[in-house]
Design a protein around this ligand. Sequence first.
Ligand code: GNR
Ligand code: NI
Length: 188
Amino acid sequence: MAIREILEVPDPRLKTVSEPVTEFDDELKLLVDDMFETMYAAHGIGLAAIQVGVPKRVLVIDLQRPDETAEPEDCGDGECGHKHYPVINEKLVFINPEILAPADEMAAYQEGCLSVPDIYADVERPATCRVRYQDLDGNSHEEDIEGMLATCLQHEMDHLEGILFIDHLSKLKRKMALKKLEKLRRAA
Ligand code: GNR
Ligand code: NI
């Protein structure tokens, strides 16, 4: 397993339309393992293969929700000093995903993107949808999804078409977001 480099705007590779996966082989499993490792290291909840420079229709998601039914535990970060609910890990892999039947009802979430670091903005998307996808063995599945999973999956699906969440903002808001990113980079 290895942490791979995450591409950031304005890398032109992020505008690539990714290709369908046809071989469900060990190379694909290695890519998915590396994507999870890279996503966790960057504290993300989802990652598309193109974000690590691989133009294939592969997504990983782990919402890492706090388990509010469990006892809070000491934080793993020694600096922090707080107690936190333990995280529920649910590693989801979507190969060649397609969105079927997006709801008319929309939901707005504040989104961020590992390829547009430290920029956050509200994006409206269908609140629920049905997704058809293949797993690592090439078997097909269909599921109805909602909430944060629906939002995150649609954000990741956009990456497969070369679209970023800032492309959903008005021209002015996108320009302001990219300016802020430049400023943050200069300060770093
Ligand atoms: O880590 C991420 N958080 C997030 C928050 C709201 C909506 C979508 C996301 S996905 C993002 C990781 C990422 O860039 N995936 O492509
Ligand atoms: Ni993203």
